[in-house]
Design a protein around this ligand. Sequence first.
Ligand SMILES: CC(C)(COP(=O)(O)OP(=O)(O)OC[C@H]1O[C@@H](n2cnc3c(N)ncnc32)[C@H](O)[C@@H]1OP(=O)(O)O)[C@@H](O)C(=O)NCCC(=O)NCCS
Length: 233
Amino acid sequence: MTATIRLRTVNLNRSPSVVNHLLKLLSDDEIDRAERFRFPRDRRRFIIRRAALRQIIAKEVGTPAEHLRFSAEPEFGRPFLAVPDATGLGFSSSHSEELGLIGLGASARFGVDMERVRRISDFAAVATRFFTPEEAAAIGEAGDALDRFYRTWVLKEAFVKALGQGLSHPLDSFSVAIGADPPHLLSAEAGDASAWHFRLFKPAPGWIAAVAAEHDPMATLDLRSWSFDAFPC
Ligand SMILES: CC(C)(COP(=O)(O)OP(=O)(O)OC[C@H]1O[C@@H](n2cnc3c(N)ncnc32)[C@H](O)[C@@H]1OP(=O)(O)O)[C@@H](O)C(=O)NCCC(=O)NCCS
């Protein structure tokens, strides 16, 4: 079966000469954003992931990467492709440290989120503060609690991105069942919880990611790593 949502990982570690080359693909707005990063490493990673997003979409829609234009929904800022318009292409992106993740789909009603799994000591307190009591209880304190915490986190962020609201949507207004395969929504304040589908996956050793999609069971996941088009360097 053909996957409806395509997922591409991007290695965000590139040499300065490659970054200088990729910078030429970006718009003035993106260059302004890049310049606002305090640390050069974050600036470089931003340039690489935006250039990757452009090349990945460019291949899909047949428009040169540097001619694409993005805009953002007014209320919560979900980005969308403005030029060329009416392509019907949806996208969602995430990054964590030196890895980027880009999802492409036939609708905007999906979201991806990814995190580098790092040992954090106060994750139980974070879960109690931001997740629902059911989720905090499901994470628990057993040996794999940190893993359950991260799974909950990426599933919830993927869902609020799919809604287009990001963290403006309260994370404790819905619950996800992380123990189920596939995970699913246990409760949501509004809408039909059964319309939403979730997948968890490991995009690379040490990272965890989730995709949430409305009306799309995602029977298969098309996950690949992305390589930039050839360029002189
Ligand atoms: C969206 C959000 C959850 C991102 O989480 P994060 O862990 O910081 O970063 P990630 O790398 O996982 O995701 C970043 C991507 O999310 C996407 N994104 C941003 N806002 C989004 C939204 N409202 N809905 C869906 N996706 C969104 C963008 O593609 C962004 O990529 P970019 O940096 O290249 O523009 C978080 O930043 C957020 O909630 N932002 C605020 C939304 C908001 O309330 N805006 C207020 C007015 S504009």
